[in-house]
Ligand binder design. Structure first.
Ligand SMILES: C[S@@+](CC[C@H](N)C(=O)[O-])C[C@H]1O[C@@H](n2cnc3c(N)ncnc32)[C@H](O)[C@@H]1O
Length: 222
C-alpha cells in the first residue's frame, strides 16, 4: 500500500521507523512518503499559516499551500484522501479493516486552528477522528491510523494474530499468559498447559465473552 502524508511536521513520524511498522516499511509492504507542505509555501520565509478572518485565537493553514502540496502527488482514480479531524467520524476497527484494502491513502494533517475551509471543500476528503478530544495536530492521529491499518495489510502480521484480536468478533480478546508458569504464587490456568486444543479454544471463547461483558458490555449489545 502507498501512503502519502501531507504534514508540516514530517519529523514527528519517526516512531513509525520502529518495530513492526518499521519492518513493514523496510520490506516495502508499505510505501510511506512524508510530504512537507511547507515546501509549497510561496512566501520567502516559508510561512504556511495566517490569522483567521473574523478574528479569534491561533493561526489557520493557508488553502493554497495544502492545494499545491496535494497536487504534487501522483493521484490515481483509486487514491483516497483522508483529513484527520476531530470533526470526522470516529475511527473503528471496521473502518480500519476497510481502509487496509485501499491501494493509496493520502493523509492530510491539520495543525494550529486547522485548515482553511475552502480547500477542504474543494478536495472533499473523508474526515476521520481518533476520538472526541482535540489534539494539537493531525500527525498523531495519522500515525494511529497508519499503525492500525498496517496491521491488516498482508505480510505485516500473521493472520492468526489479527483474527483473534479484540474487536475482531465484536468481542475483547481472552487473557494471555507466558512463562514463568508460576508468578507471585499465581499459576497459569491449567487448561492452557493441558495441550487439549478444543478445551483451550472453548475456554478462550468463554473468557472473551466474560471479559467483554465486564469491560465493554456495549459491544455485546451491538
Ligand atoms: C487544534 S486542532 C483544530 C481543531 C479545530 N479548531 C476544531 O475545533 O475543530 C488542529 C488539527 O489537529 C488535528 N486533530 C485534532 N484533534 C484530532 C482528533 N481527535 N482526530 C483527528 N485529528 C485531530 C486535525 O488535523 C486538526 O486540523
Amino acid at each position: 500500500m502507498k501512503i502519502d502524508v501531507l504534514t508540516l511536521f514530517p519529523e514527528m513520524f519517526s516512531p513509525l521507523k520502529e518495530s513492526i511498522i518499521g519492518k513493514a516499511i523496510e520490506k516495502k509492504i508499505i510505501n510511506l512518503e512524508l510530504v512537507n507542505m511547507r515546501d509549497f509555501s510561496k512566501d520567502k520565509h516559508k510561512k504556511v499559516d495566517d490569522t483567521p478572518y473574523g478574528g479569534g485565537a491561533g493561526m489557520v493553514i493557508r488553502p493554497d499551500v495544502v492545494y499545491d502540496a496535494y497536487n504534487s502527488l501522483k493521484i490515481k482514480e483509486n487514491s483516497k484522501l483522508i483529513y484527520l479531524s476531530p470533526q470526522g467520524k470516529t475511527l473503528t476497527q471496521e473502518k480500519v479493516i476497510s481502509l487496509s484494502k485501499e491501494e493509496h491513502l493520502i493523509l492530510l494533517c491539520g495543525h494550529y486552528e486547522g485548515i482553511d475551509q475552502r480547500v477542504i471543500d474543494v478536495l472533499n476528503p473523508e474526515e476521520i477522528s481518533i476520538g472526541d478530544y482535540v489534539l494539537t495536530g493531525g500527525e498523531l492521529p495519522a500515525m494511529v491510523l497508519i499503525d492500525s491499518v498496517a496491521r491488516y495489510i498482508k505480510g505485516v502480521l500473521s493472520e492468526e494474530s489479527i483474527n483473534e484480536e479484540s474487536f475482531s468478533n465484536k468481542l475483547l480478546e481472552y487473557p494471555q499468559y507466558t512463562r514463568p508458569e508460576i508468578f507471585l504464587n499465581k499459576k497459569v490456568p491449567e487448561v492452557l498447559i493441558s495441550g487439549h486444543h478444543e478445551n483451550i479454544k472453548k475456554w478462550r471463547q468463554e473468557q472473551a465473552i466474560e471479559i467483554t461483558n465486564k469491560k465493554r458490555p456495549d459491544l455485546l449489545k451491538k
